[in-house]
Design a protein around this ligand. Sequence first.
Ligand code: NAG
Ligand code: NAG
Ligand code: NAG
Ligand code: NAG
Ligand code: NAG
Ligand code: NAG
Ligand code: NAG
Length: 388
Amino acid sequence: MRPPRSARASAASSWILAALPLLFGLVSSDCECGYSMTTGSDGALHVFADLHETDFVHVDITGDGEGEASHGWAPQGYNISSQASRGPFGESFAVRNVMSNTIKSPDTFSGPGTLGLDAGLLLVVRNVRQEDKIPVAEVSTTGLHYFYGTFRAGIKTTDVSGTCSAFFWYQNDTQEIDIEFLSAQFDKAKGIFPVNFVLQSKEAATAGYNAANTTGLRQVNLPFDPSTDFHEYRFDFLPDKVSFYADGELLAEATGSGVPTTPGHIMLSHWSNGNPGWSQGPPTVDAVTTVSYVKAYFNSSLEQRQRDFALRCKDPAAVSAVCAIPDHNATFFFSNSDNLTPNQTDYGDPNNSEPGNSGGKDDENGARMLVVHVWAFWLVMAVIYASF
Ligand SMILES: *[C@@H]1O[C@H](CO)[C@@H](O)[C@H](O)[C@H]1NC(C)=O
Ligand SMILES: *[C@@H]1O[C@H](CO)[C@@H](O)[C@H](O)[C@H]1NC(C)=O
Ligand SMILES: *[C@@H]1O[C@H](CO)[C@@H](O)[C@H](O)[C@H]1NC(C)=O
Ligand SMILES: *[C@@H]1O[C@H](CO)[C@@H](O)[C@H](O)[C@H]1NC(C)=O
Ligand SMILES: *[C@@H]1O[C@H](CO)[C@@H](O)[C@H](O)[C@H]1NC(C)=O
Ligand SMILES: *[C@@H]1O[C@H](CO)[C@@H](O)[C@H](O)[C@H]1NC(C)=O
Ligand SMILES: *[C@@H]1O[C@H](CO)[C@@H](O)[C@H](O)[C@H]1NC(C)=O
């Protein structure tokens, strides 16, 4: 027996109401409106639209070993003279000094990799000289569009005296944010382990790019030995302020004209030029600094990425639309979950690692979302049709 028309209509409207969450709930996955953090001495909340997480313990970014880009990173190969390096020695940045020591089993997070060293990205400064150059190591993101964000790296520095281990954001020599460890400054006997936070600015340029001579330098003693374990080093780059952290503790803040005003890229390096005022060295044995991960949560200067964000972020106030970045959790990666990186750049395929390209995983997500969309649309249409 068919219910009267008015009852059918009201049953239909409750069906429509029931279907709405399917349309708007299922279709959007988590984190579509970005990743949030609090920063600085005032604990301000900021949200960034994009992410680029790299787990060097499990991922090899060294490509074909010839400097090919992989996972959004490119090992660097170039030579600079002693004049250019501003030290008694030149430097030979060679891709062979960038080594990957990955653990293949995905359920192991620590322990030695295949080389009998710590697992991760190994950046080596060699004790031999190549002509007048010191063999050193550097990697850079292939994307140059990191414009504000929170940047975090798990690092275990060398304890061999005479090198500089650096985690930094770079546009040019006057737009640069650095975290630098000078192994010659470490004093194990006295328990002194400085870390240097530097904004290279116009002022640094007039000081001959000698960070030691600028007010953009802040040196802080760490409460631990950075060469015995991995710790998380972090800088938050905002329009008016850069905040520096170690293991989630705010250690320094910089404001003023040294704060960069352009997009840039993320870099890791391990170098020495023998300059007695900074890196010192060269090291007397090969020195290895190991990086276990880099996590960048950032805004992109690419219009395409900004348009994508505007399209996918329907309601920033919706539950789970914005995901909080866990505080210095070395094993947590949003990218390890299927549904926490909607429409993010997939850096997994070495041949598809340029920002703006979408790799296989995101295409799959996109396809799944489209299927749900279409399915929910026809469900609603059928309910409306049945009711009238
Ligand atoms: C980053 O992008 C988000 C989303 O567009 C925006 O709300 C936020 O203000 C941006 N942050 C900065 C520091 O520009
Ligand atoms: C750097 O110089 C060395 C010799 O000093 C040479 O073997 C190497 O190919 C050069 N590297 C690049 C990237 O030009
Ligand atoms: C770095 O970039 C800024 C902004 O584009 C520019 O004003 C400055 O002159 C550049 N500095 C160098 C050393 O190229
Ligand atoms: C940095 O300062 C020291 C000591 O004041 C000085 O000897 C040195 O020449 C300066 N370096 C540069 C590159 O200006
Ligand atoms: C860190 O993240 C891992 C992986 O998601 C999780 O299992 C663990 O509980 C987290 N640790 C803390 C202290 O939240
Ligand atoms: C993000 O979604 C837009 C469509 O909304 C698509 O054009 C773009 O390719 C996607 N980007 C990525 C990196 O998945
Ligand atoms: C990337 O492309 C090159 C050239 O087409 C190919 O030789 C290589 O195998 C590709 N690498 C991967 C991981 O697909």
